[in-house]
Write a protein that binds this ligand. Structure first.
Ligand code: ADP
Length: 215
């Protein structure tokens, strides 16, 4: 079992990049944010617990995250290649992943550090719109749908995530700096960190990552 990790602040483009990498390199996209949003929609126990934290832009507890990650990994065989998007997000999650992989024989091959200026992050997040039915991601200025408010893929309605309001975004950026940015150093020390300039276009970011994967 192998995994790559996409690390980067909210709005760094992890989800969009992950959709591309899934197509081009066959990695299984595992987004804890997507899994939690699905849980909230279904009204499951995990969803009920996660909802208030997510709406406030706070982190969901490590125990819930580890539970959903373990369940997801169990669904695949030993040959699986995962791409973690939004996980790990705290030092405790990173350490728990190391323990889990030591138990089941998994290896982390690369940790991509998507680097974007915080002004850019704010602009990306406030303009973000998501399809209600398929989850496809748009941006009002950078990647508008052909018809306003309608998904190009399946005609679903586009909406703004509850946690994409400006106040919540600032909270998420702060939490990223405090809780997630320390992972950069953690993976640097393990020589797994690959810095990627993610301030350019999606195609440029994608090419930079593919370049590392192909060497
Ligand atoms: P973004 O990267 O744009 O902030 P995500 O979709 O990855 O958004 O996550 C949305 C929310 O889900 C987070 O703000 C947090 O509340 C919760 N969440 C997702 N992944 C984790 C995680 N690994 N640990 C704790 N909370 C998480």
């Amino acid at each position: 079992m192998e995994a790559i990790i996409l690390l980067g602040g909210p709005g760094a483009g992890k989800g969009t990049l992950a959709e591309e990498l899934m197509r081009q390199a066959g990695y299984l996209h595992v987004s804890t944010g997507d899994m939690l949003r699905a849980a909230v929609q279904s009204g499951s126990e995990v969803g009920r617990e996660a909802k208030p934290c997510m709406e406030a832009g706070e982190l969901v507890s490590d125990s819930i995250i580890l539970k959903i990650i373990k369940e997801r990994i169990k669904q695949e065989g030993p040959e699986a290649q995962f791409m973690f998007d939004g996980f790990p997000r705290t030092m405790d999650q990173a350490k728990a992943l190391d323990v889990l992989f030591a138990e089941i024989g998994g290896t982390i091959s690369h940790v991509f550090n998507l680097m974007v200026l915080s002004e850019t992050l704010l602009a990306r997040l406030t303009g973000r719109r998501v399809c209600k039915s398929c989850g496809a991601v748009y941006h009002m200025a950078n990647k508008p749908p052909k018809q306003e408010g309608v998904c190009d893929v399946d005609g679903g309605e586009l909406y703004q995530r509850a946690d994409d309001s400006e106040a919540t975004i600032l909270n998420r950026l702060e939490i990223y700096e405090k809780q997630t940015a320390p992972l950069i150093d953690y993976y640097q020390k393990k020589q797994l960190l690959r810095d990627i300039n993610a301030s350019g276009t999606m195609a440029e970011t994608d090419a930079a990552v593919m370049n590392v994967l192909n060497t």
